[in-house]
Write a protein of this length. Structure first.
Length: 300
């Protein structure tokens, strides 16, 4: 029985000699442990992409299986952190025995948070897409973080038009110089009082942050912070009092896409650990078949 198996990648030279930026694998099913607090972490199912540079021009190829094994063994056991990613990236490059100087890992997963209702004792679970992209280049780790955060937006123009329609209807309904308070309240609470409603829509903020150091922020805390910045986070399980409170919250936070974008920009500028950013707010309007969008970034 022949125990010496051929290794084409190591034994053969490339017919066309040239270095390659990234070579590796995509969509590897990977369980990872995401810290939620100093005491708690959650295990989530991620898809990981892993690459190394092929710097040796005449090498036939890299050692693919070594990348898979290191992703499997290191990410599934350690808690996700900047130190974990740096150790992994260094090991990925070293595993290629001189073929590679750079390495890259991209993790894509959903982080599920437990969200309480606004007033009642109800709660539910909200899932947030997360992408982490860490690259080791010239012995330095460069990390970008991408989040998608849903929220509700109510159009200020539509709200003003609705108020005007209500004002006009009250003037038609109650003639004379004075209005009986009880009659007015009865009319407003009736179906006739629903004269016009401002249009609202589910909206999304997509943020891509370049980290200024090798440490990772607490993802759960960061998501909640951005939700507070915008002011109208989507809800999960609600009772009627929660739905009413949500309607009031939207009325207090009327916003065009420009308003939401400026709130995010102000918050991002205060984050000293973010060296660069790009973001997009997307208001998927109920009035139009198209969306209202604002995009901004720190550097051009």
């Amino acid at each position: 029985m022949n125990l010496t198996l051929p290794d084409v990648a190591s034994g053969n030279k490339a017919h066309t000699c040239a270095p390659l930026k990234w070579v590796g694998m995509e969509k590897i099913a990977t369980p990872i442990n995401v810290p939620m607090s100093a005491e708690q972490s959650v295990r989530v199912n991620a898809m990981s992409d892993v690459f190394v540079s092929l710097d040796k021009a005449d090498a036939k190829g890299i050692h693919m299986s070594r990348l898979y094994i290191r992703i499997r063994d290191q990410l599934s056991k350690a808690q996700l952190s900047g130190e974990t990613l740096k150790t992994l990236l260094l090991d990925l490059a070293e595993s290629q025995q001189g073929l590679s100087q750079s390495a890259r890992v991209r993790l894509e997963f959903d982080l599920m948070l437990n969200k309480s209702a606004l007033l009642s004792d109800q709660f539910g679970y909200q899932s947030y897409p997360v992408v982490l992209d860490a690259q080791l280049v010239d012995n330095t780790v460069h990390t970008t973080l991408e989040l998608v955060i849903p929220y509700s937006s109510t159009c200020p123009c539509s709200a003003a038009l609705s108020r005007q329609a209500l004002s006009d209807k009250i003037a038609q309904q109650f003639d004379g110089q004075s209005i009986d308070k009880a009659s007015l309240l009865d009319w407003i609470e009736s179906e006739s009082g629903s004269v016009a409603t401002p249009h609202s829509q589910r909206s999304y903020a997509t943020l891509k942050l370049t980290l200024g150091n090798e440490e990772l922020p607490n993802l759960a805390d960061l998501i909640v912070h951005f939700e507070k910045v915008i002011g109208t986070a989507v809800q999960t399980a609600v009772k009627r009092q929660d739905e009413q409170a949500f309607a009031q919250l939207n009325a207090q936070n009327l916003m065009f896409c420009e308003d939401a974008a400026r709130r995010l920009k102000e918050a991002l500028e205060q984050m000293t650990w973010v060296s660069d950013y790009w973001f997009k707010v997307d208001h998927q309007e109920s009035l139009h078949a198209h969306n209202a969008v604002a995009i901004d970034q720190k550097y051009n």
